[in-house]
Design a protein around this ligand. Structure first.
Ligand code: HEC
Length: 141
């Protein structure tokens, strides 16, 4: 009798442990996914944007505007998408500093890569904005 009880306890313990184990694994996997999406985006940012806008997105005063704490970056999705697809030129003022440079178009990047980069700068450097989907990039091309 005692033995049967012991076996039941073991079985219950085993089920409890294995199901909570599964949950842990699932959580870790989704965390890893979020982490790797961010890492992929950071790699793209470094490759395509860092040279001018800098690692901390602080820009170079008078030459390359900061993307950190930038209203355009946190603002209207389409305006931001258009900058990536069409490039940008003409005088602008950011944080009281004037810029009159030229930024090339990034339309040769995939919808996914553009979305990754834009979501990366929109959710870091003191910015925040609605997530941009690759389909929204496609629609503006
Ligand atoms: C060769 C330098 C250079 C690179 C590389 C570059 N930019 Fe720019 N970017 C500029 C310049 C210069 C401006 C300002 C253009 C102007 O004066 O009208 C600008 C403007 C912007 C703006 C608008 C800022 C505002 O306040 O209106 C955004 C957003 C932006 N860049 C994002 C990016 C992203 C994202 C990347 C990487 C995919 C990138 N830039 C790569 C030079 C660059």
């Amino acid at each position: 009798m005692n033995q049967i009880f012991f076996i039941i306890v073991l079985a219950v313990l085993f089920t409890a442990c294995s199901s909570s184990g599964k949950k842990d694994t699932a959580k870790t996997q989704s965390e890893l996914q979020v982490k790797s999406v961010n890492e992929v985006a950071l790699t793209s940012y470094k490759r395509h944007c860092l040279a001018c806008h800098q690692r901390d997105a602080g820009g170079v005063p008078g030459m390359y505007p900061p993307l950190a704490g930038n209203k355009v970056v946190s603002g209207d999705k389409n305006a931001l998408i258009d900058i990536m697809l069409n490039g940008m030129s003409g005088e602008i003022e950011v944080d009281g500093e004037k810029y009159n440079g030229i930024m090339a178009s990034y339309k040769n990047l995939s919808d996914q890569e553009i979305a990754n980069i834009l979501n990366y700068i929109r959710s870091n450097f003191g910015n925040s904005g609605e997530v941009i989907k690759p389909s929204e990039i496609k629609a503006r091309r």
